[in-house]
Design a protein around this ligand. Structure first.
Ligand SMILES: Nc1ncnc2[nH]cnc12
Length: 358
Protein backbone atom coordinates (compact mmCIF):
# COMPACT_ATOMS: atom_id res chain seq x y z
CA UNK A 1 0.00 0.00 0.00
CA UNK A 2 2.76 2.40 1.06
CA UNK A 3 4.78 1.31 -1.97
CA UNK A 4 1.81 2.16 -4.17
CA UNK A 5 1.70 5.64 -2.63
CA UNK A 6 5.45 6.10 -3.14
CA UNK A 7 5.25 4.91 -6.75
CA UNK A 8 2.37 7.24 -7.52
CA UNK A 9 4.10 10.24 -5.92
CA UNK A 10 7.27 9.34 -7.88
CA UNK A 11 5.17 9.20 -11.08
CA UNK A 12 3.60 12.53 -10.24
CA UNK A 13 7.03 14.09 -9.68
CA UNK A 14 8.23 12.79 -13.05
CA UNK A 15 5.23 14.09 -14.92
CA UNK A 16 5.50 17.55 -13.35
CA UNK A 17 9.21 17.61 -14.28
CA UNK A 18 8.28 16.68 -17.84
CA UNK A 19 5.63 19.40 -17.89
CA UNK A 20 8.14 21.97 -16.63
CA UNK A 21 10.55 20.89 -19.34
CA UNK A 22 7.89 21.26 -22.06
CA UNK A 23 6.77 24.67 -20.78
CA UNK A 24 10.35 25.94 -20.87
CA UNK A 25 10.89 24.57 -24.39
CA UNK A 26 7.71 26.36 -25.43
CA UNK A 27 8.76 29.65 -23.83
CA UNK A 28 12.19 29.45 -25.47
CA UNK A 29 10.56 28.75 -28.85
CA UNK A 30 8.06 31.62 -28.52
CA UNK A 31 10.76 34.07 -27.38
CA UNK A 32 13.35 32.74 -29.83
CA UNK A 33 11.19 33.66 -32.80
CA UNK A 34 8.97 36.42 -31.33
CA UNK A 35 11.94 38.36 -29.90
CA UNK A 36 13.86 38.82 -33.18
CA UNK A 37 10.62 39.41 -35.13
CA UNK A 38 9.50 42.25 -32.90
CA UNK A 39 13.02 43.76 -32.60
CA UNK A 40 13.13 43.75 -36.40
CA UNK A 41 9.79 45.56 -36.49
CA UNK A 42 11.34 48.34 -34.39
CA UNK A 43 14.26 48.79 -36.81
CA UNK A 44 12.10 48.35 -39.94
CA UNK A 45 9.86 51.29 -39.10
CA UNK A 46 12.44 53.88 -38.21
CA UNK A 47 13.90 52.78 -34.85
CA UNK A 48 17.65 53.41 -34.66
CA UNK A 49 18.70 53.15 -31.02
CA UNK A 50 20.90 50.07 -30.58
CA UNK A 51 21.30 50.53 -26.79
CA UNK A 52 17.53 50.82 -26.40
CA UNK A 53 17.02 47.63 -28.37
CA UNK A 54 19.58 45.80 -26.21
CA UNK A 55 18.00 47.20 -23.03
CA UNK A 56 14.67 45.69 -24.14
CA UNK A 57 16.16 42.19 -24.36
CA UNK A 58 16.36 41.95 -20.57
CA UNK A 59 14.45 45.03 -19.35
CA UNK A 60 11.28 42.96 -18.82
CA UNK A 61 12.90 41.20 -15.85
CA UNK A 62 10.39 42.54 -13.25
CA UNK A 63 7.91 40.08 -14.84
CA UNK A 64 9.85 37.36 -13.00
CA UNK A 65 8.57 38.83 -9.73
CA UNK A 66 5.13 37.36 -10.53
CA UNK A 67 6.16 33.66 -10.39
CA UNK A 68 8.55 34.39 -7.50
CA UNK A 69 5.73 36.03 -5.55
CA UNK A 70 3.30 33.20 -6.32
CA UNK A 71 5.83 30.65 -5.15
CA UNK A 72 6.45 32.67 -1.97
CA UNK A 73 2.73 32.80 -1.21
CA UNK A 74 2.36 29.07 -1.90
CA UNK A 75 5.18 28.32 0.56
CA UNK A 76 3.52 30.47 3.22
CA UNK A 77 0.03 29.09 2.71
CA UNK A 78 0.88 25.42 2.26
CA UNK A 79 -0.48 22.98 4.87
CA UNK A 80 3.06 22.32 6.02
CA UNK A 81 4.62 25.80 5.60
CA UNK A 82 8.17 25.62 4.24
CA UNK A 83 10.69 28.46 4.47
CA UNK A 84 10.97 30.25 1.12
CA UNK A 85 14.53 29.91 -0.21
CA UNK A 86 16.14 33.13 -1.43
CA UNK A 87 19.19 33.16 -3.67
CA UNK A 88 22.40 33.18 -1.57
CA UNK A 89 25.23 35.73 -1.95
CA UNK A 90 27.48 33.37 -3.91
CA UNK A 91 24.85 32.57 -6.54
CA UNK A 92 23.79 36.22 -6.64
CA UNK A 93 27.33 37.38 -7.50
CA UNK A 94 27.80 34.64 -10.15
CA UNK A 95 24.42 35.47 -11.73
CA UNK A 96 25.19 39.18 -11.69
CA UNK A 97 28.54 38.65 -13.46
CA UNK A 98 26.81 36.45 -16.07
CA UNK A 99 24.24 39.27 -16.35
CA UNK A 100 26.94 41.80 -17.26
CA UNK A 101 28.21 39.40 -19.96
CA UNK A 102 24.61 39.05 -21.17
CA UNK A 103 24.20 42.85 -21.32
CA UNK A 104 27.32 43.13 -23.46
CA UNK A 105 26.05 40.28 -25.63
CA UNK A 106 22.66 42.01 -26.03
CA UNK A 107 24.43 45.10 -27.37
CA UNK A 108 26.53 43.07 -29.82
CA UNK A 109 23.44 41.19 -31.00
CA UNK A 110 21.29 44.33 -31.35
CA UNK A 111 24.07 46.05 -33.31
CA UNK A 112 23.97 43.21 -35.84
CA UNK A 113 20.16 43.29 -36.06
CA UNK A 114 20.32 47.03 -36.78
CA UNK A 115 23.16 47.02 -39.29
CA UNK A 116 23.12 43.71 -41.15
CA UNK A 117 20.64 42.21 -43.56
CA UNK A 118 18.65 39.43 -41.96
CA UNK A 119 20.28 36.66 -44.00
CA UNK A 120 23.79 37.71 -43.00
CA UNK A 121 22.96 38.12 -39.35
CA UNK A 122 21.22 34.71 -39.34
CA UNK A 123 24.30 33.07 -40.87
CA UNK A 124 26.56 34.46 -38.19
CA UNK A 125 24.19 33.68 -35.33
CA UNK A 126 24.00 30.13 -36.71
CA UNK A 127 27.60 29.62 -35.55
CA UNK A 128 26.37 30.06 -31.97
CA UNK A 129 25.44 26.39 -31.62
CA UNK A 130 28.97 25.31 -32.52
CA UNK A 131 30.32 27.71 -29.85
CA UNK A 132 27.78 26.35 -27.32
CA UNK A 133 28.81 22.76 -28.11
CA UNK A 134 32.54 23.56 -27.78
CA UNK A 135 32.14 25.51 -24.52
CA UNK A 136 29.75 22.89 -23.10
CA UNK A 137 32.44 20.28 -23.76
CA UNK A 138 35.10 22.41 -22.07
CA UNK A 139 33.09 23.80 -19.14
CA UNK A 140 30.62 21.06 -18.20
CA UNK A 141 32.14 18.01 -19.91
CA UNK A 142 29.08 17.64 -22.16
CA UNK A 143 29.00 14.12 -23.60
CA UNK A 144 28.34 13.84 -27.31
CA UNK A 145 26.75 10.99 -29.20
CA UNK A 146 26.82 10.55 -33.01
CA UNK A 147 23.22 11.85 -32.96
CA UNK A 148 23.99 15.04 -31.07
CA UNK A 149 27.06 15.72 -33.25
CA UNK A 150 24.87 15.18 -36.31
CA UNK A 151 22.28 17.58 -34.82
CA UNK A 152 24.87 20.32 -34.18
CA UNK A 153 26.19 19.91 -37.73
CA UNK A 154 22.77 19.92 -39.44
CA UNK A 155 21.41 22.83 -37.41
CA UNK A 156 24.53 24.95 -38.04
CA UNK A 157 24.50 24.21 -41.77
CA UNK A 158 20.71 24.55 -41.85
CA UNK A 159 20.70 28.06 -40.43
CA UNK A 160 23.77 28.90 -42.51
CA UNK A 161 21.84 28.14 -45.70
CA UNK A 162 19.79 31.26 -44.98
CA UNK A 163 22.82 33.31 -45.94
CA UNK A 164 22.59 32.07 -49.54
CA UNK A 165 19.70 34.47 -49.89
CA UNK A 166 21.87 37.55 -50.37
CA UNK A 167 19.72 39.68 -52.66
CA UNK A 168 19.34 42.29 -49.94
CA UNK A 169 22.94 42.27 -48.85
CA UNK A 170 24.51 45.49 -47.65
CA UNK A 171 21.69 47.89 -46.75
CA UNK A 172 21.57 51.15 -48.74
CA UNK A 173 23.54 54.05 -47.31
CA UNK A 174 25.62 51.88 -45.01
CA UNK A 175 29.39 52.32 -45.10
CA UNK A 176 31.74 49.36 -45.50
CA UNK A 177 33.12 50.13 -42.05
CA UNK A 178 29.66 49.90 -40.44
CA UNK A 179 28.95 46.70 -42.34
CA UNK A 180 32.23 45.04 -41.33
CA UNK A 181 31.72 46.16 -37.73
CA UNK A 182 28.20 44.69 -37.82
CA UNK A 183 29.66 41.39 -39.04
CA UNK A 184 32.41 41.25 -36.40
CA UNK A 185 30.12 42.26 -33.51
CA UNK A 186 27.46 39.68 -34.48
CA UNK A 187 30.11 36.96 -34.56
CA UNK A 188 31.24 38.14 -31.12
CA UNK A 189 27.57 37.93 -29.95
CA UNK A 190 27.30 34.33 -31.20
CA UNK A 191 30.56 33.36 -29.45
CA UNK A 192 29.66 35.17 -26.22
CA UNK A 193 26.16 33.73 -25.93
CA UNK A 194 27.57 30.33 -26.92
CA UNK A 195 29.84 30.76 -23.86
CA UNK A 196 27.13 32.15 -21.53
CA UNK A 197 24.78 29.13 -21.88
CA UNK A 198 27.30 26.51 -20.61
CA UNK A 199 28.52 29.03 -18.03
CA UNK A 200 24.99 29.06 -16.57
CA UNK A 201 25.05 25.24 -16.50
CA UNK A 202 28.41 25.38 -14.70
CA UNK A 203 26.94 27.82 -12.17
CA UNK A 204 24.05 25.40 -11.52
CA UNK A 205 26.47 22.48 -11.12
CA UNK A 206 28.63 24.38 -8.62
CA UNK A 207 25.73 25.82 -6.64
CA UNK A 208 25.90 25.16 -2.90
CA UNK A 209 22.14 25.76 -2.70
CA UNK A 210 19.78 22.99 -3.79
CA UNK A 211 18.44 24.15 -7.12
CA UNK A 212 14.70 24.44 -7.53
CA UNK A 213 12.80 26.11 -10.34
CA UNK A 214 11.91 29.03 -8.05
CA UNK A 215 15.62 29.56 -7.50
CA UNK A 216 16.21 29.37 -11.26
CA UNK A 217 13.70 32.21 -11.77
CA UNK A 218 15.49 34.25 -9.11
CA UNK A 219 18.77 33.60 -10.92
CA UNK A 220 17.15 34.78 -14.15
CA UNK A 221 15.96 37.90 -12.33
CA UNK A 222 19.51 38.71 -11.19
CA UNK A 223 21.06 37.92 -14.62
CA UNK A 224 18.57 40.21 -16.36
CA UNK A 225 19.00 42.87 -13.69
CA UNK A 226 22.80 42.90 -14.28
CA UNK A 227 22.32 42.99 -18.06
CA UNK A 228 19.72 45.77 -17.87
CA UNK A 229 21.95 47.85 -15.60
CA UNK A 230 24.77 47.51 -18.14
CA UNK A 231 22.49 48.57 -21.01
CA UNK A 232 20.99 51.43 -18.98
CA UNK A 233 24.47 52.93 -18.63
CA UNK A 234 24.87 52.57 -22.42
CA UNK A 235 21.52 54.28 -22.97
CA UNK A 236 22.41 57.18 -20.67
CA UNK A 237 25.83 57.72 -22.26
CA UNK A 238 24.27 57.55 -25.74
CA UNK A 239 21.39 59.89 -24.82
CA UNK A 240 18.83 57.24 -25.78
CA UNK A 241 16.33 58.20 -23.06
CA UNK A 242 16.18 61.76 -24.43
CA UNK A 243 15.97 60.64 -28.06
CA UNK A 244 13.08 58.23 -27.46
CA UNK A 245 10.36 60.92 -27.46
CA UNK A 246 11.39 62.22 -30.89
CA UNK A 247 11.89 58.73 -32.26
CA UNK A 248 8.37 57.78 -31.08
CA UNK A 249 6.81 60.81 -32.79
CA UNK A 250 8.60 60.03 -36.06
CA UNK A 251 8.03 56.25 -35.90
CA UNK A 252 6.56 54.81 -39.09
CA UNK A 253 3.65 53.04 -37.34
CA UNK A 254 2.79 55.95 -35.04
CA UNK A 255 3.65 56.93 -31.49
CA UNK A 256 1.33 54.54 -29.63
CA UNK A 257 2.50 51.53 -31.62
CA UNK A 258 6.10 52.57 -30.91
CA UNK A 259 5.56 52.10 -27.17
CA UNK A 260 3.45 48.97 -27.67
CA UNK A 261 6.32 47.45 -29.67
CA UNK A 262 8.81 48.33 -26.93
CA UNK A 263 6.65 46.69 -24.24
CA UNK A 264 6.00 43.55 -26.31
CA UNK A 265 9.65 43.33 -27.18
CA UNK A 266 10.57 43.28 -23.47
CA UNK A 267 7.98 40.56 -22.81
CA UNK A 268 9.02 38.37 -25.76
CA UNK A 269 12.69 38.53 -24.81
CA UNK A 270 11.86 37.54 -21.22
CA UNK A 271 10.22 34.42 -22.64
CA UNK A 272 13.46 33.74 -24.51
CA UNK A 273 15.76 34.17 -21.51
CA UNK A 274 13.54 32.40 -18.95
CA UNK A 275 13.03 29.53 -21.42
CA UNK A 276 16.77 29.32 -22.16
CA UNK A 277 17.85 29.03 -18.55
CA UNK A 278 14.85 26.81 -17.72
CA UNK A 279 15.83 24.32 -20.44
CA UNK A 280 19.39 24.32 -19.05
CA UNK A 281 17.90 23.49 -15.60
CA UNK A 282 15.70 20.70 -16.98
CA UNK A 283 18.13 19.30 -19.54
CA UNK A 284 21.36 20.99 -20.72
CA UNK A 285 22.88 24.10 -22.27
CA UNK A 286 23.38 22.07 -25.46
CA UNK A 287 19.64 21.47 -25.81
CA UNK A 288 18.99 25.16 -25.14
CA UNK A 289 21.42 26.00 -27.99
CA UNK A 290 19.73 23.43 -30.25
CA UNK A 291 16.27 24.97 -29.73
CA UNK A 292 17.66 28.48 -30.34
CA UNK A 293 19.24 27.24 -33.60
CA UNK A 294 15.99 25.57 -34.69
CA UNK A 295 14.18 28.87 -34.17
CA UNK A 296 16.41 30.72 -36.69
CA UNK A 297 14.78 29.26 -39.84
CA UNK A 298 11.39 29.15 -38.10
CA UNK A 299 11.71 32.94 -37.61
CA UNK A 300 12.57 33.37 -41.28
CA UNK A 301 9.52 31.39 -42.33
CA UNK A 302 7.30 33.30 -39.90
CA UNK A 303 8.53 36.59 -41.37
CA UNK A 304 6.96 35.42 -44.65
CA UNK A 305 3.58 35.60 -42.88
CA UNK A 306 4.15 38.63 -40.68
CA UNK A 307 6.27 40.86 -42.92
CA UNK A 308 5.21 39.51 -46.31
CA UNK A 309 8.82 38.58 -47.06
CA UNK A 310 9.19 36.13 -49.92
CA UNK A 311 9.43 32.41 -49.18
CA UNK A 312 12.73 31.50 -50.81
CA UNK A 313 13.86 27.94 -51.44
CA UNK A 314 16.76 28.58 -49.04
CA UNK A 315 14.29 29.17 -46.22
CA UNK A 316 12.54 25.87 -46.96
CA UNK A 317 15.82 23.91 -47.19
CA UNK A 318 17.10 25.55 -44.04
CA UNK A 319 13.96 24.68 -42.12
CA UNK A 320 14.08 21.08 -43.39
CA UNK A 321 17.74 20.60 -42.36
CA UNK A 322 17.11 22.15 -38.97
CA UNK A 323 14.11 19.95 -38.25
CA UNK A 324 16.15 16.93 -39.33
CA UNK A 325 18.91 17.95 -36.88
CA UNK A 326 16.37 18.49 -34.11
CA UNK A 327 14.74 15.10 -34.68
CA UNK A 328 18.18 13.48 -34.81
CA UNK A 329 19.00 14.89 -31.37
CA UNK A 330 15.77 13.59 -29.83
CA UNK A 331 16.11 10.21 -31.53
CA UNK A 332 19.60 9.92 -29.99
CA UNK A 333 18.15 10.74 -26.56
CA UNK A 334 15.35 8.20 -27.08
CA UNK A 335 17.89 5.47 -27.98
CA UNK A 336 19.93 6.37 -24.90
CA UNK A 337 16.86 6.05 -22.67
CA UNK A 338 16.03 2.65 -24.23
CA UNK A 339 19.60 1.47 -23.63
CA UNK A 340 19.48 2.61 -20.01
CA UNK A 341 16.18 0.75 -19.60
CA UNK A 342 17.77 -2.48 -20.83
CA UNK A 343 20.77 -2.10 -18.53
CA UNK A 344 18.58 -1.15 -15.57
CA UNK A 345 15.26 -2.99 -15.74
CA UNK A 346 13.66 -1.13 -12.75
CA UNK A 347 10.69 0.93 -14.01
CA UNK A 348 11.91 4.10 -15.75
CA UNK A 349 9.98 7.16 -16.85
CA UNK A 350 8.90 7.29 -20.47
CA UNK A 351 11.33 9.12 -22.66
CA UNK A 352 12.35 12.53 -21.33
CA UNK A 353 15.63 14.13 -22.45
CA UNK A 354 18.31 13.56 -19.83
CA UNK A 355 16.99 15.71 -17.01
CA UNK A 356 19.97 17.44 -15.47
CA UNK A 357 18.53 18.14 -12.04
CA UNK A 358 16.40 15.26 -10.87
N1 LIG B 1 21.50 38.64 -27.07
C1 LIG B 1 21.03 37.67 -27.85
N2 LIG B 1 19.71 37.48 -27.94
C2 LIG B 1 19.25 36.50 -28.72
N3 LIG B 1 19.99 35.67 -29.41
C3 LIG B 1 21.30 35.85 -29.34
N4 LIG B 1 22.30 35.20 -29.91
C4 LIG B 1 23.45 35.76 -29.51
N5 LIG B 1 23.20 36.76 -28.68
C5 LIG B 1 21.86 36.85 -28.56
Amino acid sequence: MQEDGEASSERQKRSSKRLLFLINCLMLSIGGSGGPLISRLYFLHGGHRVWLSSFLETGGFPICLIPIFISYIRCRLSRQPKPFVFIDARLFVSAFVIGVFTGLDDYLYAYGLARLPVSTSALIIATQLAFTAAFAFLLVRQKFTPFSINAVFLLTVGAGVLALHTSSDRPKGESTKQYVLGFVLTLAAAALYGFVLPLIELMYNNSKQRLTYTLVIQIQFVISFGATLFCTVGMIVNNDFKAMGREAREFGLGETKYYVILVFSAIMWQFFFVGAIGVIFCASSLLSGIIIALMLPVTEVLSVFFYKESFTSEKGISLGLSIWGFVSYFYGEYKLTQKNKQNNPTPQPDFTPTLANP
